[in-house]
Design a protein around this ligand. Structure first.
Ligand code: SF4
Ligand code: SF4
Length: 398
């Protein structure tokens, strides 16, 4: 209550940073608490093209021209990036949103996403923001785990670089289990494990890997990304019936040929899912050396929307799927500072935690960024899921 009163009495315009679904919920929570919200702001220029909750969404880089000073309520989960950005823009007044979201009853309102997804997004934001203030703990918001290189679709512009694999294989289950055990030994808490391929269910043992992820108390959520072409078998579904599991199904129109059957199977087994259209793709899947200056690489990294998409691949922790898959493909040199070898036995667990924390918080660019087109918010969109027949050739810089 004190903080709510403080926000009201500051006399500064109140701006919600982040115009996603959590921002929407936060806006409703502010209205309920009697806090007047001036506007939203977001780094993604595409989100600024229309109002949200009937109020303006300002492009974050343009804030200073409109608001000399303001008070920010942060709805984003990657709170450190937002705080750094606000500070470098000369703003010093901000609050996390967890204090307002924690007791807010989301079920009284309708939002622009299904309630299962709203619940998941809000819980993620609260957990990430709470952990921001416990720096001794190794908490990870989200970790991708690649369980297969095979996909049932052949998208030319797949941002996970599946289009370049000539002989894609499923990841070896023994090796994956060892990776998972070791990873659990070094981290304290993980908000979500995202299970990816390619198409995860191309791997016939996907359910066994997912079961191991579910069974770990350190993990809050298991999110399975699938393309609506494969319906898991009944015996696999038994392993997936768990409150921690959320399917995110990308709807590729006619290409998602088993979409309805998949939805029916998940619904009848009470497995939560969220359906999203394939959209928002950008030209980010080229492997090509650009010879950029260090300053330019830092800028590409700073603006990249994928730089916190932590990916576990072959015992190494990467900052993004491009880095992980370019390494798997041996398309780029082995840049040892671009990833953390979680099996490195020359250091103890505490030092490993510290190394991972620094890797997540202190990196200002990756060497591999020079081989990537970058994924800036607001890059022009391209047509998603154009199918190809053969794998795409690439120059091998390894
Ligand atoms: S469905 Fe397309 S975008 Fe998704 S993993 Fe497969 S190839 Fe990549
Ligand atoms: S390589 Fe760099 S620019 Fe490319 S996706 Fe990864 S972090 Fe972003």
């Amino acid at each position: 209550m004190n903080i709510i009163e403080k926000i009201k009495n500051e006399g500064l315009p109140v701006i919600i940073f982040g115009a996603g679904i959590v921002g929407e919920v936060l806006y409703r929570a502010c209205c309920t608490a009697g806090i007047k919200v001036e506007c939203f702001c977001d780094n993604n220029i595409n989100k600024t093209k229309k109002p949200l909750c009937d109020i303006e969404v300002v492009h974050a880089p343009c804030l200073k021209t409109k608001y000399k000073d303001a008070l920010f309520l942060i709805s984003a989960s990657d709170i450190k990036d937002v705080v750094d950005q606000l500070q470098s823009s000369g703003y010093s007044r901000w609050y996390t949103s967890s204090l307002l979201l924690r007791d807010f009853d989301i079920y009284q309102y309708q939002f622009s996403a299904p309630i299962d997804f709203v619940e998941y997004a809000v819980a993620t934001a609260i957990l990430c923001q709470d952990n921001y203030s416990t720096p001794d703990k190794l908490f990870l918001r989200s970790v991708d785990i690649i369980i297969t290189e095979r996909c049932s679709l052949k998208c030319r512009d797949c941002s996970n670089l599946m289009q370049f694999y000539k002989n894609p294989v499923d990841c070896d289950i023994k090796e994956l289990m060892q990776n998972i055990e070791r990873f659990y030994a070094v981290v304290d808490e993980i908000n979500e494990f995202r299970v990816l391929g390619g198409e995860p269910f191309m791997n016939k043992e996907a359910h066994l890997i997912i079961k191991r992820l579910i069974d770990e108390p350190k993990v809050k959520k298991i999110v399975i990304y699938t393309n609506g072409t494969i319906v898991p078998k009944d015996e696999q579904i038994e392993y997936l019936k768990n409150k921690k599991v959320l399917f995110i199904i990308t709807d590729y129109g006619k290409l998602s040929r088993k979409l309805n059957a998949l939805i029916q199977k998940l619904s009848s087994n009470n497995i939560a899912f969220y359906l999203q259209k394939a959209k928002g793709w950008t030209d980010c899947a080229k492997i090509m050396r650009n010879n950029r200056s260090i300053e330019l690489q830092k800028e590409i990294f700073r603006n990249c929307c994928a730089k916190n998409t932590i990916t576990l691949s072959k015992g190494n922790l990467h900052r993004c799927p491009f880095s992980a898959n370019a390494a798997r493909l041996r398309a780029v040199p082995d840049f040892k500072d671009d990833y953390i070898d979680i099996f490195d036995e020359t250091i103890d667990i505490n030092k490993m935690k510290k190394r991972i924390r620094n890797f997540l918080l202190e990196k200002s660019f990756l060497e591999v960024c020079d081989y990537c087109n970058g994924r800036s918010f607001g890059d022009p969109e391209i047509q998603p899921a154009i199918q190809i027949v053969k794998p795409i050739e690439y120059y091998n810089y390894y």
